[in-house]
Design a protein around this ligand. Structure first.
Ligand code: ZN
Length: 273
């Protein structure tokens, strides 16, 4: 009901007839200014070897763009290491970031879900993160980057991350700053083709493409940090053929534009200051 009321008060503007055209017009402006629009791809909730994961890696190989997998360390299977080792031989950048520890919700009832939750003893959480790090650091492509489950972590815990061995942090939405604390580079995701109200569902190509264009325009006009790469967030466990088709089309069409570069994790989390 709240959503229906909100939509009546603030109706969404109708989508343009050809959203792809408006996106490419925006990218042409970037090219005209001699600027590069940087993107990166983060796929969440990787744990064991599934058909969806194998399909994701095949798609990445076909598109030939870098990918960062956010892996749940408490749930990884040995088969994942073997799959990644074989995949790495293809020579496409594929990084492994740490997605919390077990991806369990520790928030209070009715509160927004979080595993790295302020109500938990700090040391308990840090011990889990260290244990998780040890499980992942032997995987091919491992990067010292934390992706907190549900994209939440208490801000006053960030100063402890470098001591736990992390160099990068990734949540959702425009980053407030590139280095929230000394020694940590933050690069978030901004675009998710799924909606998470109930069962995850594809929001539609038009809505995603318009969202990307708006994010790019905000960067070009300096409304948000223009140096933050635009993060495209996928979840291989959810979605139907339409989402896969869209992911393929979106990356395939943008990567072909001269103003666009899809970055590997080491560039996304490059230490800036
Ligand atoms: Zn997750």
């Amino acid at each position: 009901v709240a959503r229906a009321v909100r939509q009546r008060l603030h109706p969404r503007p109708p989508l343009p007839r050809d959203p792809w055209k408006t996106l490419f017009e925006e990218l042409d402006l970037w090219a005209g200014e001699g600027r590069t629009a940087t993107f990166w791809w983060r796929n969440d909730d990787v744990e064991e070897l599934t058909r969806g994961l194998a399909f994701l890696l095949e798609l990445q190989a076909a598109l030939n763009v870098p990918l960062t997998l956010s892996v749940i360390p408490g749930r990884v299977s040995p088969a994942l290491g073997e799959l990644l080792a074989a995949h790495h031989k293809r020579g496409i950048a594929t990084a492994v970031a740490q997605h919390g520890f077990l991806h369990l919700n520790h928030a209070r009832r009715y509160a927004r879900p979080a595993e790295i939750a302020a109500r938990r003893p700090r040391q308990e959480v840090f011990d889990e993160l260290l244990q998780g790090r040890r499980r992942l650091e032997t995987l091919p492509g491992w990067a010292p980057v934390l992706v907190p489950p549900w994209n939440r972590i208490p801000a006053n815990w960030l100063p402890s991350l470098p001591g736990l061995g992390f160099r990068g942090l990734s949540t959702f939405g425009p980053r407030p700053q590139a280095n929230p604390v000394r020694g940590i580079t933050q690069s978030n995701v901004h675009i998710d083709p799924l909606s998470w109200g109930g069962r995850p569902a594809f929001v539609g190509a038009g809505a995603v493409v318009c969202g990307v264009r708006a994010q790019l325009r905000d960067r070009r006009r300096g409304r948000v940090d223009p140096s933050e790469p635009l993060g495209f967030n996928t979840h291989h466990l959810y979605g139907d053929a339409n989402v896969w088709h869209f992911i393929e089309e979106f990356i395939g069409r943008t990567v072909a534009h001269p103003a666009v570069r899809w970055l590997a994790a080491e560039q996304v989390f490059q230490h800036e200051g």
